[in-house]
Design a protein around this ligand. Structure first.
Ligand SMILES: [Zn+2]
Ligand SMILES: [Zn+2]
Length: 178
């Protein structure tokens, strides 16, 4: 089977983890994982809770172009896995295969979601990413309009108010006295 990105380079069998076989391209460093092997690995491997890794940025190369599955020639789907990174995993749902660009497996490890590869491509994961994204935009708008100092004051106030036993009384006070 050839590389999903270079297309004229043959993939070589590797071990991505000690019990996780995959295929890799010498030229671009991309990795092909079949999800059957992946699920098998995930079920049979106890992931040791890693020390929260040093925030050394992982170098990745994320292809932006649409990839064609090298097995069935269908267009692969792209799934973003984090709002902080532009990277996506390319998935052929027909073949149950995943293509990761160079460094992306290391990135998944750093984010500690290497055992959730199959969740990334689900609607709840993608919906959650979108919600987080919009929440961040909203926060930015507040910051822009209120300024950092006022926003901090509002934040600590609402934090204090959140579980206050007299929450509604305080809110009524604000409504009627401001
Ligand atoms: Zn390649
Ligand atoms: Zn396919």
């Amino acid at each position: 089977m050839n590389c999903y990105q270079c297309t004229d380079v043959r993939l070589k069998p590797i071990k991505l983890e000690s019990a996780l076989p995959a295929k890799q391209c010498d030229q671009c460093g991309g990795t092909h994982i079949d999800l059957l092997s992946y699920r098998n690995w995930r079920e049979n491997t106890k992931l040791v809770n890693q020390e929260q890794s040093t925030a050394e940025p992982v170098e990745t190369s994320d292809n932006k172009k649409a990839l064609i599955c090298q097995k069935c020639s269908k267009l692969m789907l792209k799934f973003r896995f984090s709002n902080k990174h532009d990277n996506v995993v390319d998935v052929c749902s027909h073949c149950d295969d995943v293509w990761l660009d160079s460094g992306e497996w290391e990135l998944l490890n750093q984010l500690d979601i290497q055992n959730q590869l199959t969740q990334i491509m689900t609607a709840p994961w993608q919906k959650n990413l979108k919600q987080q994204h919009f929440a961040a935009i909203k926060q930015e708008q507040y910051l822009k309009q209120l300024g950092e100092e006022d926003l901090q004051t509002v934040k600590s106030f609402s934090q204090w108010l959140k579980d206050h036993p007299n929450k509604s009384l305080i809110e009524r006070y604000i409504r009627t006295n401001t």
